[in-house]
Ligand binder design. Structure first.
Ligand SMILES: C[S@@+](CC[C@H](N)C(=O)[O-])C[C@H]1O[C@@H](n2cnc3c(N)ncnc32)[C@H](O)[C@@H]1O
Length: 569
């Protein structure tokens, strides 16, 4: 026996649940609700019931769209507009179902006698980007007797979504006293300009890694916390690096853009723009983006249109503010194209946090704005074709390799090799005598082989075995590794005994003067244990592992060739 249809209150309740689908008995009463008139004295607001009915019907997909189209001709306002809206909604939610009939239905509604049904069709056509819709929409938009303002607004918005050059020309020509339409026209032109720009012969353009800095250019390199000093070391004196904090290095670029990629321990870099007062982030951003400094950077490194997007580092999407900034920026510098989807550059806005002090002033730190070349190809870690569940972040592996340093007679061993990131990073630093990677997991070894091959390293030996006991040939001079941290690969309680046993093994196999460089999530324990087995601690550096901190440690075995002791925290 079928259950009785839902009453309004239960319908509102039901559509809140993602799993609800109307039963057969509900369909007719749901369509009936689409015909309700506002202010009919019922206990629940008509708009809420109609919206719930529409949402419920949309869950039925094409079946409901077909039923809506079938009953359209016989329907009266306000049902007509709601039926059109329902059909559009279903097509948006399931873009591949029944589109031929739906598109034709929506196009035919442009001539409907009911203005609200026409408007619902215009909105749906714009959102769905229906082929063939531009001409009839444009014809209505430029008609000598213009449609009523709400329809004109819907037409402008739809043309901004699906129009071509003719639509853009018409939008550019349009003048109005209607402030809402004026706003929509602006947004539509902006949207259309960037869509059409993408289709131009130069297309999306590119950031040229070989392009030279237009003059000495300040750049900020960002790294995982704890690695800034290594970034500065990698850059070397030619970049005049200065460590600003444990995650940031300021440097000067004088040569080609790609030269910044020599910093393998950095995550990314950006060009800081003149900072501005913190009170109005929108104004600050417009003034930074349109500054000569910004244009100099963008023009120097971009081939093709200057496309950028805005990233509010400490806030959400801020659509309204982003739009106002994009508009003011385009007014001042028409060559700057705001394009959230296909941009080569990202303007990252970092605002001071914390409450305003008395009198409304924010903390002394100004808004910081940087231009990040997000479209620049970063070839540094392109060899990483495969991972294991706890694969090292490549900038951490690069840091380990750098702290381990490269000696050309090095016999390198990674006892927990995983997918081999540390070995590749060590090889990038310079010659070595031999290289061995071992792991308990044969699949990890396969992945390591893929990465080593991709990095062009052919002579590396990979072997299965337990780091604590597998037999080794030559004594390693450098043990370089990121061991299991007790997070993904190994139970936390087991890391202590594993580290203890491994440190004893490392101390017994390391060649005199050899180094062990690794990351430890139990820094004090491992430092103590290393000392107990005769390894001298040469460096301890706290590092952000992405959600937790661990310590990069370098231990040395006494003997010829040992380096002087360094210790930082
Ligand atoms: C953190 S992952 C290494 C990640 C690696 N550096 C990378 O970039 O892919 C630790 C590895 O240690 C291996 N492992 C765990 N216990 C081991 C043991 N006793 N001997 C050798 N390998 C072990 C795991 O199979 C895992 O591949």
């Amino acid at each position: 026996m079928s259950r009785p249809p839902l009453d309004d209150a239960r319908l509102l309740e039901a559509v809140r649940s993602a799993g609800y689908r109307p039963g057969r008995a509900d369909i007719e009463p749901l369509f009936e609700r689409l015909g309700r008139k506002a202010g009919d004295g019922r206990p629940i607001r008509t708009e809420a019931v109609v919206e719930a009915a529409e949402r419920a019907l949309a869950r039925l997909g094409l079946e409901a769209a077909e039923a809506a189209m079938a009953r359209f001709d016989a329907s009266e306002p306000p049902a007509r507009a709601r039926l059109v809206r329902l059909v559009g909604r279903i097509a948006l939610e399931r873009p591949s179902e029944g589109r031929g009939a739906i598109d034709a239905f929506l196009l035919a509604r442009l001539d409907d006698g009911d203005p609200k049904a026409r408007r619902a069709a215009i909105v749906a056509l714009g959102k769905l980007d229906v082929p063939g819709a531009e001409a009839p929409l444009l014809a209505r938009f430029v008609a000598s007797s213009p449609p009523p303002p709400p329809e004109l607004r819907a037409l402008a918005a739809a043309l901004g979504r699906l129009g071509g050059p003719a639509a853009l020309a018409a939008l550019d020509r349009a003048r109005t006293e209607d402030r809402e339409l004026d706003r929509i026209l602006d947004e539509a032109r902006l949207r259309l300009r960037r869509t059409l720009g993408r289709r131009e012969p130069e297309g999306l353009g590119a950031i040229d890694p070989r392009a030279k800095a237009p003059g000495p250019l300040r750049v900020l390199l960002h790294a995982r916390a704890g690695l800034a000093r290594l970034v500065a070391e990698e850059l070397g004196p030619a970049f005049a690096p200065r460590v600003l904090d444990d995650a940031t290095v300021e440097a000067t670029l004088r040569g080609e853009l790609h030269e910044l990629h020599r910093a393998r321990t950095a995550l990314r870099f950006g060009f800081p723009l003149p900072s501005a007062p913190a009170d109005d982030p929108g104004e600050a951003l417009v003034s930074a983006l349109t500054s000569d400094a910004a244009l100099a950077v963008l023009r120097a490194f971009t081939r093709g249109p200057l496309r950028y997007r805005i990233e509010w580092a400490s806030a959400g999407r801020r659509r309204g503010l982003t739009y106002r900034v994009a508009r003011a920026t385009a007014d001042a510098r028409p060559e700057l194209v705001n394009d959230p989807r296909e941009s080569l550059w990202e303007a990252v806005v970092d605002e001071p946090r914390g409450p305003r002090a008395e009198g409304g002033a924010r903390a002394a730190r100004p808004i910081r704005i940087e231009l990040w070349p997000r479209g620049l190809d970063d070839p540094r870690f392109a060899y990483r074709k495969a991972h294991v569940p706890a694969s090292s972040h490549p900038t951490i592996a690069a840091a380990l390799a750098r702290v381990g340093e490269a000696r050309e007679d090095d016999v390198v061993w990674d006892p927990f090799v995983g997918a081999g990131t540390e070995l590749v990073e060590r090889a990038k630093l310079g010659p070595y005598r031999s290289m061995l990677g071992t792991d308990l997991d044969p699949e990890a070894l396969e992945r390591a082989r893929l990465n080593l091959d991709a990095a062009g390293l052919s002579g590396v030996e990979l072997r299965r075995g337990d780091a604590r006991e597998l037999p080794l040939g030559a004594r390693p001079t450098l043990i370089l590794t990121n061991p299991p941290m007790g997070r993904r690969v190994l139970d936390k309680t087991k890391t202590g005994p594993l580290y203890d046993a491994f440190l004893a093994r490392a101390a017994s196999v390391l060649a005199p003067g050899g180094r062990l460089v690794w990351i430890s999530p139990r820094p004090s324990d491992t430092a103590r244990r290393a000392a107990a087995v005769g390894l001298r601690c040469a460096l301890r550096q706290k590092v952000d592992m992405g959600g937790f901190f661990a310590e990069l440690q370098r231990f040395e075995r006494d003997g010829s060739g040992s380096v002087s002791s360094r210790r930082t925290r």
